[in-house]
Design a protein around this ligand. Structure first.
Ligand code: GDP
Length: 417
């Protein structure tokens, strides 16, 4: 479902394994796909039931539409029936999908799936791509209309604190709220969601998204890691920028990179917050040290500002929200068409696109799209002629001129004038 885009983001971010999340687009509708239970079945053994149930409940709560995926070759398993029961009582919007229907002869168990009491399943073969287009049509039709994007004029900037367990998210939250410039709104309920924390920071309205999820502690956190990630992803989607917390005393783990990748893929702003600097050598407590040290691990997010803090001693805490507000501000930068076209034309002249089978990319016109994420639409002779490295080169030229600090830049190609 997430097809093409995944390939681009993965290549940039070096993320190929363990993906739980992706952004998909079908017939002009953009939506996010989250993979829930499944993996844990093998590892969690005795505890699997509780784990599956917890994850499934979060997934059910947070999804606009549920895809209940079954294996048509295997037929119904007891776990399928359990999940079906949970889904039936939730009365949520749901589509049953029977996978591994590679050939007509393998569809003999499809009738068994009707026993669950849902609508006719969509038959697909995910591996061979069969039936996926029809399924996407069905999904897009069943989805509720898109939510209004956050960060509209006049509303508060929305920040999501994300990171793997134990990096110090809840400690950071408390430290931020303890800052003398932070005034937590005494009247909750002006935001859509009571799980958010509204505050003003030096007079500027800010919403910290899903702080309830950060505060909620579970004794079996590791086992339910996907649970908290799922919740974090939902928070991220409702935010303008993500504060990615990493543990400076532990170094960068693949999971830290994944979260950064998710944020950028979703088009959000990003600030990297290195926490626990009280535990490292004095010369490692400066943001400049980390900016350099993180270069390799966050190559795909080189534009993200880095701050270094200790939630414990409060060192550096004052820099976090200002850095995030700067990133959100940069999302609203207007790129005047004349200037944008000049920058791109000069880039083409300075370094011409590589030729492919004797043809080269030609730019006719570029314009900024009215989108939440900084987006440049380029009208070109042939959209297949943009090489990955040339895309990066053009992005860099646009960034050099317009900044866009901390934000991904989308370059969208269209054929035409
Ligand atoms: P979360 O799971 O990301 O919300 O992490 P917590 O905020 O619960 O913190 C995990 C552990 O790290 C707790 O034992 C905290 O006391 C500790 N911790 C958090 N921030 C810091 C810090 O800046 N310095 C030190 N030394 N410990 C910290």
């Amino acid at each position: 479902m997430i097809g093409q885009r995944k390939a681009i983001v993965d290549a940039q971010a070096g993320l190929t394994r363990d993906r739980l999340y992706g952004v998909a687009e079908w017939r002009g509708r953009e939506f996010t796909v989250v993979d829930t239970a499944g993996l844990d079945l093998d590892t969690a053994k005795d505890e699997s039931r509780a784990a599956i149930e917890a994850q499934t409940k979060v997934a059910i709560d947070q999804a606009d539409l549920i895809v209940f995926l079954l294996d048509v070759r295997q037929g119904l398993t007891p776990i399928d029936r359990d999940i079906a029961r949970m889904l039936r009582t939730s009365r949520r919007n749901l589509i049953v999908v029977a996978n591994k229907a590679d050939s007509p002869s393998e569809r003999h168990l499809a009738h068994e799936l009707l026993e669950l009491g849902f609508d006719e399943p969509s038959l697909i073969s995910a591996q061979h791509g069969l039936g996926v287009g029809d399924l996407l049509d069905r999904l897009v039709e069943a989805m509720p209309p898109p939510e209004e994007a956050p960060g509209q004029d006049g509303s508060a900037d929305r920040l999501a604190i994300m990171g793997r367990p134990n990096v110090g998210k809840s400690s950071l939250l408390n430290a931020l709220l303890g800052d003398e410039r932070a005034l937590v709104s005494p009247i909750p309920g002006t935001t859509r969601d009571p799980i958010d924390t509204e505050l003003t920071f030096g007079g500027v309205p800010v919403v910290l998204v899903d702080t309830a999820g950060i505060r909620r502690k579970s004794s079996s956190r590791d086992r339910l890691e996907r649970y908290s990630l799922l919740r974090g992803i939902h928070a991220m989607e409702r935010s303008d920028a993500v504060l990615l917390v990493i543990d400076g005393s532990a170094g960068v783990l693949a999971q830290d990179q994944h979260v950064a990748g998710y944020a950028l893929e979703a088009g959000k702003g990003l600030v990297i917050v290195v926490n626990k600097i009280d535990l490292v050598e004095p010369d490692m407590r400066k943001p400049a040290y980390w900016r350099k040290a993180l270069t390799n691990d966050f190559k795909f997010a080189a534009f993200a500002p880095v701050v270094a803090v200790s939630a414990k001693t409060k060192e550096g805490i004052r820099t976090v929200i200002p850095a995030a507000l700067e990133v959100v501000g940069q999302r609203r930068i207007k790129m005047p068409p004349n200037e944008l076209n000049r920058v791109l034309r000069e880039a083409f002249l300075e370094h011409q696109p590589p030729s492919y089978k004797g043809r080269r990319l030609k730019l006719n016109y570029a314009t900024q799209a009215a989108a939440e994420t900084p987006t440049v639409v380029m009208f070109v002779n042939d959209t297949n002629l943009l090489h990955f490295s040339y895309r990066r080169y053009l992005e860099k030229k646009v960034r050099d001129r317009f900044g866009l600090v901390g934000n991904p830049l989308k370059l969208v190609l269209r054929a035409g004038k």
